[in-house]
Design a protein. Sequence first.
Length: 332
Amino acid sequence: MSTVKKVAHPESAPRVRQVRVDSDHTGQRLDNFLISQLKGVPKTHIYRLLRRGEVRINKGRSRADYRIQCGDIVRIPPVRMTTRPSPDGDGTRFAWLEDRILYEDAALLAVDKPAGLAVHGGSGVNLGLIEILRCLRPRVTALELVHRLDRDTSGCLLVAKKRSVLLRLHAMLRDGEVDKRYQALLCGNWAKQTHTVTAPLRKQELRSGERRVSVDGSGKASATRFRVLRRFRDCGERNDFAATLVEIELLTGRTHQARVHAAHAGHPIAGDEKYGDRECNAGARALGLRRLFLHAARLQFEHPADGHGVVLEAPMPAELAEFLHGLDAAVS
């Protein structure tokens, strides 16, 4: 009785890659470079490869935090990469996203992200906004998120097309050179016309992978400015609901900052299931609110390539505008 030995086709087997670092990746941490090169490979596996010494820089072992330099040769060991389900090969399934692009040039792209769409794929999410954009722009090899929006938040989101632009925008965000304005509906009657919350924030990641942020003296300095736009109330037989529409200016850029600072001030954002008020959320649902009332309405900054002024505005989504229209406005 003969046995047949299965031999993998060489073209389908993963191979060692020798990647020369170009100027656009100079200064990037080795672990982040590998994550960008091995899309679909779990981070835990990438760090395991580093610990085992299977990744080499110029034939020598290296640490995850090594800053790669132009001309470095990175040995990437054979790794079988898992692929997430992708959109239609030609992107036609997601052609609707083209109508939500607010700005695009050779360096960056801005999109009006809809609520309910995650910015990237991950645990329990096959496809996010960045994966869809990479499908729609297959010739752009360096599409990366400049910042993030929560899945349930809509509005302006920046994506870089070059790593040099990504790094410059990151620096601008850290230095407060990007003016970020949100619109939110807060529970209750916010008395002050303008108020700045400066409570420090600490981020924790639970075992489930969920991120949770709390006000903590040992956290990072954070500042959010709230300005009242309009006050609303509904005192009908079905409900006794009061809310305040505000403009939120993020003076720092911490995870969940607007949501946690609003809750800390005693006026959580309507529809916020993580940091919000159960009674307020129930009242908002009874009046027709079906999502978190937080919208990234405006971004303003100097273009990282040539310094010209860029102002991006995303109109308030129809479902939020209709909800406001149904409320009775109280005289301020």
